[in-house]
Structures are given as C-alpha cells and as structure tokens.
Design a protein around this ligand. Structure first.
Ligand code: SF4
Length: 219
C-alpha cells in the first residue's frame, strides 16, 4: 500500500479539446514555484483546507468513471495546477494504474528540477508547456523567478528527441512582452528543434490580476 499522496485543488470533467485532444479530465495540483503576475489559477497557490489529499489510487477511482469517453475520443487525464511536474512520482504511479489507453498530459511551466522531468519522460504522452517568454529579463519580471531551469529542461527534451510530445504555448503578456518578443521566443524554440506551437493572448480584467485567454490561434 502506498503512502504517496498529493493535494488536489480541483477536478474538472468532460473538457473537450481544451487540455489536449479528446475528452479530458483536468486534475489541478496545489502549489507552484512561480509567481506569475496574471496567474490563471491563483486559488491553487495558497494553502486551502478544502483541497483534497488523494493517493493515485483514490484519484484513479474518481476519474475512471469517464474511462470509456477517454478511450473512445483519444482523451484522458491532464494534470495542471499549480505545477504538476512537482509531483512526478504521483503521476508515474497514476500511469501504472490507468495503463496505456488513456492519454496523460501535463500543463507545465517546465521550471522544475530536471530529475522530475526525467521521471516523467516515459509516463507522460504530452507536455503542454507555457513558456511565458524566452527572454530571461521578461521572464523574471513576469514570474519573479529566473528561467534557467526552463532552458535546461528544453535542452533535455530536445536531446531526447521528444519534439512530438511537446506543445509549446507562447503567450502575449500585456505590459511584459510584445509580438516581436513572442516571435523571437518562437524562433529560439524552432532553432532548438521544437515545432508544435500554440499562440494566445492574455487579457487582463479590470481591477484584478486574473487573466483570460481572449484569442486562441494555432500556429
Ligand atoms: S506557472 Fe501557472 S500556476 Fe504557477 S504562478 Fe504561473 S500561471 Fe500560476
């Protein structure tokens, strides 16, 4: 019996083509090392007694109700947050429980220890990477941390030739970057060999730090 468990901030079912192909269930872990100015999920960042503490087995039992949808549509479970890649052992154990038929995806900043990423290379089908901006100064002013781990992890993925597993999101972040910065980021990533990109814009709501995606353009 495992003692592995993690705080889960939310479980959202029946998402269609939002977090990858097919019908997916989004599982949001609590906690993240970044402090993005317009964090999409600020409720996952602070301690909250309402968060569920679940083992992989308990999570599997909750989400397997949609197994037929996952298998029929090429969907599965997408781990988000917060930062899901702070929980590689949990995700690896969950993969062993669900088997190969579900697609397992992670929505990550990639600002994580490289050992975590190495543990996830085999058990994750797709890495959906919010790169913020490749420029170190823009990155640190927006997230309040540096992007050295992001850059080394991109190199790790490139060295492992895992380009097909990666979808890189390139946001336009009001007051932090512009279209030229975004194109420069994409060009650096193309130079590294990455080829799957998803460009989108953050729109800041008045009087709040929340943002929403107001334009979602595949490129
Ligand atoms: S990486 Fe995601 S969860 Fe973490 S602070 Fe940034 S937007 Fe929020």
């Amino acid at each position: 019996m495992t003692s592995l468990s993690a705080k889960i901030a939310a479980i959202s079912r029946h998402r269609l083509a939002i977090d990858g192909d097919g019908v997916t269930t989004l599982v949001a872990f609590a906690g993240c090392a970044l402090c993005c100015r317009y964090c999409l999920n600020p409720q996952t960042l602070s301690p909250n007694p309402k968060f569920q503490n679940l083992t992989p087995q308990q999570l599997y039992e909750k989400v397997s109700i949609d197994s037929l949808y996952f298998i029929a549509t090429g969907g599965g479970v997408t781990f988000g947050g917060g930062e899901p890649c702070l929980h590689p052992d949990f995700i690896d154990e969950f993969r062993k429980l669900c088997g190969p038929q579900w697609q397992i995806r992670v929505e990550t900043s990639l600002n994580i220890p490289s050992d975590n990423l190495i543990k996830l290379l085999d058990c994750v089908d797709q890495f959906i990477i919010d790169i913020k901006d490749m420029d170190p100064e823009i990155y640190s002013s927006y997230t309040l941390v540096d992007n050295r781990l992001v850059l080394s992890n991109l190199n790790l993925l490139a060295t492992a030739n895992l380009y097909d597993k990666c979808l890189i999101r390139l946001p336009l972040i009001p007051n932090y970057n512009n279209e030229t910065n975004r194109q420069l980021s994409q060009q650096k990533l193309i130079t590294l060999g990455f080829k799957n990109f998803d460009s989108f814009n953050y729109k800041i709501k008045e009087n709040t730090l929340w943002h929403e995606v107001n334009k979602h353009v595949k490129s």
